[in-house]
Design a protein around this ligand. Structure first.
Ligand code: ARG
Length: 572
């Protein structure tokens, strides 16, 4: 355990613990029932809800009627809750839903703890210690294009979310570097022997020397080199770090891994190839081609084996477009049949394919430039930046700022906008690439979130308050309704990250941060000045001002932490 206070668990987890105990008391014979806790859709009813009564009723009815229906079960669940300072009150709604209202005092205390101990002590606990995230993964002889944008951005964000949740993440760039080398050999072969007069004996006999010569050519070909380098530059610009372990790395492992699968009786002969038949699939997974060569699938089987057995990863996550779903389904099924992975998908170690949709142009078709070439990633980033720069100049910033400041801001906003526009969509939907929309300062955009963040920072700066001092004072109070809403939202950060991690959905986190900015704006508008009338009756103007200054600065610091997490997650 790292130094500092122990992880407290999310609000949801803490409430679940209380209801778990109540369930044991209420229905001692139903030990396999887990508490079903959800946050309330309608805040009118409460903050959280326990939804077990209906399900329990269908289980226990007929078995000696201790309860007369779901409602009495709900009543009993409520009555049997162990006493807890986190709960203010409970009510029953409909067929036995137990609505929970959290104690304002407890919430305030928890926010203060969050402020003092840091938001890191609120990271969710995930069931794995080490994960591989296989993302970006272009083919190195080709330019990175917009299709790799999604893999890179979504993969990087998932890796960050897992890292925040204290999972050790091995970030892997599974570059296509293997087919390339063969392509290079063939290319060189044609160049050397254009009329095909080379005999196979000659070629094979000289293969090593031949490889070296073609490699030299490859290395000295500036066009090739530039393309490979540009791919790397794109990653750096996006602030993405990952380790290259390309296809060729797993080459030496393929024969041994195929032998393991063969021993389990998984590999069969079919039309001259060696294949694995997968139930429910029309075509088998080819692992050795007719010519005896290995392919994409044999490499992925070897890589999966290596990641599980050599790297001891408990969760292996792959990011590619949804088009490769079938491939991964087959690879994972083979691994389950070989006993490398449990058959039950809810158990770990686990392999997950994170598929994503296409990037579309304004015309609703696959995103291309006018000349129908694929769009290069570097060009997109350049354009986002230059548009932002232009907007800043139009606002007169060229006179106020140095060129460097102008550039840095344009980069933060421009690249951030490109990233956020991608992340905020559910990843499986196709998304339309639109500079005007993503660079707008209104609506759910990075620009709006950055604006909210900048505003909070400036409020802190102008207040002249020292956050360290405020930590010592330790009085957060949640008086105004908008303040309570903001407080609850802050406290829900860990369960949102958890949900986003478990389901591998960055858009869940984006939505949270967008709502956080909105909640903050509402709070700030309504509570900032004595015109927050509900409160004026309680305090003199002076008190109100002093108190509120303290309070919202505490909040702001939290918000800043959460916003900082946003920056961290999306690298804006
Ligand atoms: N290089 C592949 C492509 O661009 C993606 C590789 C994904 N990772 C994997 N382990 N297959 O299509």
């Amino acid at each position: 355990m790292a130094s500092g206070p122990r992880n407290v668990g999310s609000l949801k987890q803490q409430i679940a613990k209380l209801f778990e105990e109540s369930l044991r008391r209420t229905v001692p014979d139903e030990l396999d029932v887990d508490p079903a806790i959800a946050s309330c859709q309608n805040p009118k009813f409460g903050d959280y809800q326990c939804n077990n009564a209906m399900g329990l009723w269908s289980k226990v009815k007929g078995k000696g009627a201790q309860f007369k229906g779901p409602q009495p079960i709900g009543q009993a669940l409520m009555k049997n809750l162990p006493p807890s300072e986190m709960i203010e009150s409970c009510t029953i709604a409909g067929p036995g839903f137990v609505n929970v209202i959290l104690s304002k005092h407890w919430m305030a205390q928890s926010i203060h703890n969050m402020l003092v101990n840091g938001i890191e002590t609120w990271s969710p606990e995930l069931p794995v210690k080490r994960a591989v995230v296989d993302f970006s993964s272009p083919n190195i002889a080709k330019e990175m294009h917009v299709g790799h944008l999604r893999s890179t951005i979504i993969g990087d964000t998932l890796a960050r979310m897992l890292e925040y949740s204290k999972v050790e993440v091995l970030r892997r760039n599974h570059v296509g570097d293997w087919g390339t080398q063969f392509g290079m050999l063939i290319e060189y072969l044609f160049e050397k022997f254009p009329s095909g007069e080379v005999s196979s004996a000659q070629a094979i006999g000289d293969l090593e020397a031949f490889y070296k010569a073609s490699k030299q050519r490859f290395d000295s070909d500036p066009a090739f080199k530039e393309r490979a380098q540009k791919a790397v530059v794109s990653l750096q610009r996006l602030g993405v770090h990952l380790e290259e372990k390309g296809e060729s790395f797993y080459n030496p492992y393929i024969p041994g891994v195929l032998e393991l699968l063969n021993e389990k009786g998984l590999i069969e002969e079919s039309e001259g190839s060696r294949v694995i038949f997968i139930e429910g699939k029309n075509i088998p997974l080819i692992v050795v081609k007719k010519d005896g060569g290995y392919n994409y699938a044999s490499t992925d089987l070897a890589a999966l084996w290596y990641r599980l057995n050599e790297e001891k990863a408990e969760w292996i996550i792959y990011l590619t477009d949804v088009g490769q779903r079938e491939h991964f389904e087959m690879v994972f099924t083979a691994a389950k049949r070989a006993g490398w992975l449990p058959a039950d998908d809810s158990k770990y170690p686990k392999a997950s394919h994170v598929g994503f949709g296409l990037v579309l142009g304004e015309d609703g078709k696959r995103f291309r430039t006018r000349s129908t070439e694929t769009v290069k990633l570097v060009d997109l980033l350049d354009e986002a930046k230059s548009r932002c720069r232009e907007a800043l100049i139009q606002r007169g910033k060229a006179e106020e700022w140095t060129t460097e400041e102008l550039d840095k801001t344009a980069e933060a906003v421009g690249y951030g906008a490109v990233k956020y526009a991608d992340l905020k969509n559910h990843r499986t939907t196709n998304y339309t690439f639109n500079f005007d929309q993503m660079l707008s300062d209104k609506g759910n955009t990075a620009v709006y979130l950055l604006y909210a963040h900048a505003r909070i920072c400036s409020i802190i700066r102008r207040s002249g308050k020292d956050i360290e001092e405020l930590k010592k004072i330790g009085t957060v109070e949640l008086t105004h309704p908008d303040e309570r809403v903001l407080g609850l939202h802050l406290l829900q950060f860990p369960e949102i990250v958890e949900e986003a991690c478990i389901n591998l959905l960055p858009n869940v986190l984006c939505e949270y941060l967008y709502n956080l900015s909105e909640d903050f704006t509402r709070f700030y508008t309504n509570c900032q000045k004595p015109r927050a009338e509900t409160l004026v009756s309680t305090f003199s103007n002076k008190n109100l001002n002093t108190m509120y200054k303290h309070q919202y600065i505490c909040f702001i610091d939290q918000l800043k932490s959460a916003e900082a997490c946003f920056e961290y997650f999306s690298g804006v």
